[in-house]
Design a protein around this ligand. Structure first.
Ligand code: ZN
Length: 305
C-alpha cells in the first residue's frame, strides 16, 4: 500500500474509533471535572480565576445577552440539571432564575452574599436592591470569598488551591480598585458625572466619587420614555456634562437623542452586564473595569475640549 493511502486508512479507522465512543472527546464528556454553571459571563470569568484548572466553569447566558429578562431554553435546563453547582448574582438580577432552579436538584450559591447593597433610587423598581454589585471591585472580593467557600465544599481535595487563587485574585481586585479611584477622582468637578443608559454604575460611581445619572434604572422596566430622555437632557445641560455613555447590551438610540439635544459628545460603549468575545475589548472582568474607566476618562476629558 502506498504510504499516503496507509495514512489515510489509519486516519479513517481512528475517526471510526472516535465516533464509536460517541464523540466524547468532541463534546467534552471525557472532561471529568465538576461543572460549575454561572448565570452570566462576568461571573464565569471571576469563577474561573478562583477555580483554576480544577473545575469546568461555563456561563448559561452567552456573550452580549440581555441578562435581566433572559428566557432560559430547554437546553439551558438540561445543562443545569447536569451541573454540580450553579452560581447566581442574586439581588434580583436574574429575574428568570428563581423559576429556573426551582425544579433542579443542583446546589446553588448566591455570590453577592454579604455585599453592602445600594438601593435603586427611582422608577418602578425604586427601593429594590441595585443588582450590579460587581461593578465595585471591592464587592467582588466578597464574591471571591463566597466562591472559595463554595468550591471547597464542592471539591475539598483542592480547597487549598481555591484559597490561594482567591487570595491572589483579591490582590488584583484591590489594585484595579485603587487605580480606578485615582484616575476618576483626578477629573475636574463638572467632568465627574457619569451619564449612562441603565443605572448600572451606582457601585462604581460610589467607589470613585462620581455623580450618576441614567435614562432608566434597570433594563427590563420601561426604557427610554420621553420623560426619562427629557430629565437626562436637563441634567446634562445644567451640569455641563461633556460626554454621555451607553452599555453594550442595550440600544444607544435614546442616548443619541440626548447627544443631539445637548453639547455633550457620545463618549463610547461601556460593558457591565456581559463580557465581550475573547478577541473583543473586554474578555475578562478586570479588563472590563479597566476598559470602562478608560472610556469614561477619555470620553469626559475629550468631550470637555
Ligand atoms: Zn444591568
Amino acid at each position: 500500500m502506498p504510504k499516503r493511502a496507509a495514512v489515510a486508512t489509519i486516519l479513517a479507522s481512528a475517526s471510526i474509533l472516535l465516533s464509536g465512543c460517541s464523540g466524547s472527546a468532541a463534546n467534552g464528556e471525557s472532561d471529568q471535572r465538576p461543572v460549575v454553571l454561572t448565570t452570566f459571563t462576568v461571573l464565569a470569568d471571576i469563577a474561573e480565576q478562583v477555580a483554576g484548572d480544577h473545575l469546568r466553569v461555563e456561563s448559561i447566558t452567552k456573550v452580549g445577552a440581555e441578562i435581566h429578562g433572559y428566557e432560559p431554553t430547554p437546553g439551558d435546563l438540561r445543562r443545569a440539571a447536569d451541573a454540580d453547582l450553579i452560581l447566581d448574582n442574586g439581588l434580583n438580577l436574574e429575574a428568570w432564575f428563581g423559576q429556573f432552579v426551582e425544579d433542579l436538584d443542583v446546589p446553588h450559591v448566591v455570590v453577592s452574599e454579604g455585599v453592602e447593597v445600594m438601593s435603586i433610587a427611582d422608577g418602578s423598581s425604586e427601593g429594590l436592591p441595585n443588582p450590579h454589585a460587581w461593578m465595585s471591585a471591592l464587592n467582588v472580593q466578597l464574591y471571591v470569598d463566597n466562591m472559595v467557600d463554595a468550591f471547597a465544599e464542592l471539591d475539598p481535595a483542592h480547597a487549598d488551591d481555591y484559597a490561594a487563587n482567591g487570595e491572589a485574585y483579591r490582590a488584583e481586585l484591590q489594585q484595579v480598585h485603587d487605580e480606578l479611584v485615582a484616575e476618576l477622582s483626578a477629573l475636574p468637578e463638572n467632568e465627574r458625572a457619569l451619564v449612562t443608559c441603565e443605572g448600572a454604575f451606582s457601585y462604581l460611581a460610589r467607589d470613585a466619587g462620581l455623580t450618576e445619572q441614567y435614562l432608566w434604572a434597570v433594563n427590563a422596566e420601561q426604557q427610554a420614555t420621553p420623560q426619562q430622555i427629557a430629565r437626562t437632557i436637563e441634567f446634562v445641560d445644567e451640569q455641563g456634562v461633556p460626554a454621555v455613555f451607553c452599555e453594550s447590551t442595550v440600544s444607544d438610540e435614546a442616548m443619541q437623542q440626548v447627544v443631539e439635544a445637548t453639547d455633550a459628545a457620545f463618549g463610547g460603549t461601556l460593558y457591565v452586564d456581559s463580557l465581550s468575545e475573547p478577541d473583543g475589548p473586554v474578555p475578562t472582568y478586570l479588563e472590563m473595569l479597566r476598559h470602562d474607566v478608560d472610556v469614561i476618562t477619555s470620553g469626559l476629558t475629550e468631550g470637555a475640549r
